[in-house]
Design a protein around this ligand. Structure first.
Ligand SMILES: [Ca+2]
Length: 237
């Protein structure tokens, strides 16, 4: 009976054109909805409400719900019908309660994260109508020597950008813009360990308190989600 069900399932997957195992991967961080309110123990004030406390007032575009990392790949043809997958970068998919946008000052979407042997802030500056002229607009990695990086530095690699599709904000971090230790840290086999995901606002130099802030995430190993190669049977090298 078990065999028969497996055959039926395989038939359905094939007939519907669904890739086997095409289930949305589990996020590496989840966070309650309704707590993008700059309280909840996530700001400057101690003794405030517990983390995750929802209130009637919140800003849904800054309300973090989940973060999921993924390895970016390019499919390289092999022979007439085969494919192999080569890493092209790292992505972070950040789910918010409403599409990421700002009706006021700049919002900073920040991952406080160790990537390989270097820790710091991978962060995106989303400008709004009240953004100051010195506010950023970029996806950058602010690195700290105290967390294993070569030096205190902020890198803005060529080709890095953020995109918003519905309620998902994606950080695109291609390897092509990286070199040396940075490239090694973002390569297959290195771990991504997130302390917190945060949304802050920027009013001049003031970036606190956080509007929303998550608990630590689970570890993602770059390349652990690599698709299986498609075997080559025609014209193989
Ligand atoms: Ca939240």
């Amino acid at each position: 009976m078990r065999v028969a069900l497996s055959v039926v399932a395989l038939f359905l997957v094939t007939a519907l054109g669904l890739p086997a195992g095409a289930v949305e991967p589990a996020p590496h961080i989840t966070d309650p909805a309704g707590d993008a309110n700059a309280i909840n123990g996530q700001g400057l004030v101690t003794g405030s409400a517990a983390q995750g406390t929802s209130t009637p007032v919140g800003y849904a575009p800054a309300d973090l719900l989940a973060v999921r990392y993924a390895t970016a790949y390019k499919a390289v043809p092999v022979g007439g019908d085969g494919l192999t997958y080569v890493q092209s970068g790292l992505e972070a998919h950040i789910t918010t309660a409403a599409p990421a946008t700002s009706a006021g000052p700049t919002l900073i979407y920040r991952l406080n994260v160790e990537v390989g042997s270097c820790g710091g802030f991978v962060q995106y500056y989303l400008n709004g109508p009240a953004s100051g002229p010195t506010d950023g607009t970029t996806l950058e990695f602010r690195q700290f020597a105290s967390r294993g990086c070569a030096a205190d530095a902020t890198i803005r690699p060529a080709g890095w950008y953020a995109s918003v599709t519905g309620n998902t904000l994606v950080f695109h971090m291609p390897l092509s813009g990286l070199s040396g230790a940075d490239r090694s840290n973002f390569s297959v086999g290195r771990s991504v360990v997130t302390s917190t995901a945060e949304v802050r606002t920027q009013l001049a130099a003031l970036t606190a308190p956080a509007i929303d802030l998550t608990a630590p995430g689970t570890t993602f190993v770059i390349g652990s989600d690599r698709p299986a190669d498609v075997p080559c049977t025609v014209g193989c090298p």
